[in-house]
Design a protein around this ligand. Sequence first.
Ligand SMILES: N[C@@H](CCC(=O)N[C@@H](CS)C(=O)NCC(=O)O)C(=O)O
Length: 225
Amino acid sequence: MITLHGFPTSNYYNIVKHALLYKEIPFQEHLIFTDNDKLLAVSPVGKVPAITTDEGVTLSESSVICDFIEEAYPDIPLYPESATERAIVRQIMKIAELYFELPSRRLIPYVFSGTQAPDTLKQEVRQVLARGIPALNQLCQFSPWIAGKALTMADIYMHYVNVVVIGCASTQLDWDVLAEIPGMKEWNKTMTQSDIAQKIEADRVANMPEFMTHIKAQIQAAQPK
Ligand SMILES: N[C@@H](CCC(=O)N[C@@H](CS)C(=O)NCC(=O)O)C(=O)O
């Protein structure tokens, strides 16, 4: 059985968890935080998520894991059949990660510490998001799913990318980024209402106190002595 390593407050962890649940692949969760050195044994850069496959192979990087589980467990597909359509799905995932998630993520420490990020950083984040918005406007179809008629991995990926975008841009940039992409908010609400997303959200909320304990310890350790 697959083991999913990480913690349920991680949006990247939840991408993989959602895909595993959607594809009805049996898996067990191994709760491990990023301050645990043992994470390096399954994730070379010490980031979450990672999986251990049925064969005992460890894999990290959410998009790589998503590709692996699709290829190894094709019965309930999350990518279209044609190579071109698959590439379009991956293009949306990549742009969502590079131009939406990663810039927003830079603001997370300030969100957690309840402080405001420096203006220079806010400006850098705004500039990257401003490139992602027209790109996603061009690529996302919402008819009714992101890449067309069928729900794909791009829907799952974008939904958990949006968790970070919403959480950071509203508080740090005073910017309703999702509103810049017509259809995105309605689609995101539909995604939130799915049984799988509801289960993942319940697990996230339950994990929050333990996660905050780890985060506070990390923030304290980083303070100048
Ligand atoms: N590119 C990685 C990013 C994963 C990631 O950033 N995970 C966060 C938790 S949501 C993490 O492990 N952060 C710890 C760190 O950056 O040291 C992926 O797609 O899996």
